[in-house]
Design a binder for this molecule. Structure first.
Ligand SMILES: *[C@@H]1O[C@H](CO)[C@@H](O)[C@H](O)[C@H]1NC(C)=O
Ligand SMILES: *[C@@H]1O[C@H](CO)[C@@H](O)[C@H](O)[C@H]1NC(C)=O
Length: 223
């Protein structure tokens, strides 16, 4: 890994830790009252993450969720392999939350970090065309999102969507992502209709979280 990448990642983990401490303080102040944070899945690590309801949890290996409309910041990269593309896109989005936006302010880290990979229909492998998205914190959702100053970075609002989700632990890699996507495709068979052109991976943990890591593969449902 490049050394500047390591520095960025250390900054991410520090930001993440201070936010989760803040999250706990806030919930303590609220006593028994349920705060919004308390309703979020534990794998969100006390960070802002998109709201969803589970619409089908009757299957052992996957669930179907309904996500509310959500705002993201994204960047795309073509013709670069998975690992290298991931690093480069991460740094661009990390620069956006670090201040490369119209107000020059820092934006808190939220989760998940999504990577959308284009699938070659014949081989089932990744075409090297990727887009990475950071979910924006609640206060920047919708029209309040800050415009990026880097022309490679864009804001994106996803309408309400149905997502098929398979969760797995450990560290993500191209091989593991493809394995889990293949397994979910096999389980969904032709009974559930989804967009076969892309695989989405959702990461929730910093590289320094070693145990109980939570990752997801997403297929976007049709209709
Ligand atoms: C943004 O606000 C509009 C109007 O209030 C609403 O219709 C839309 O669903 C909102 N989008 C998000 C992502 O919250
Ligand atoms: C990958 O991106 C390039 C450049 O935008 C585009 O020309 C090409 O069609 C894309 N490939 C696929 C399979 O989407």
């Amino acid at each position: 890994m490049q050394s500047n990448m390591v520095i960025y990642l250390v900054m991410v983990i520090m930001a993440t830790m201070s936010l989760s401490v803040l999250g706990r303080v806030v919930s303590n102040n609220h006593g028994n009252k349920l705060t919004m944070k308390d309703e979020l899945p534990s794998f969100c690590n006390d960070l802002d993450c998109p709201k969803y309801t589970v619409i089908d949890d009757t299957h052992e290996t996957w669930e179907e969720r309904l996500y509310s409309p959500a705002s993201w910041v994204g960047t795309s990269l073509n013709g670069v392999d998975f690992d290298k593309a991931g690093e480069k896109m991460f740094m661009k989005l990390f620069a956006y939350i670090g201040g490369e936006n119209e107000l020059g302010v820092k934006v808190e880290m939220a989760v998940p970090v999504i990577t959308r990979a284009t699938i070659d229909a014949r081989t089932g492998l990744f075409v090297n065309n990727y887009t990475m998205f950071f979910y924006l914190p609640y206060k920047y959702q919708n029209i309040t999102a800050l415009k990026p100053t880097n022309p490679d970075v864009f804001l994106w609002t996803e309408p309400q969507s149905k997502i098929f989700v398979r969760s797995f632990s450990g560290y993500m890699s191209e091989t593991k992502d493809l394995f889990n996507a293949g397994a979910m495709a096999a389980d969904l068979k032709d009974e559930w209709d989804y967009d076969h052109g892309y695989i989405y991976t959702a990461g929730y943990d910093s590289p320094w979280k070693i145990f109980v890591r939570h990752n997801e593969i997403w297929f976007v449902g049709k209709n």
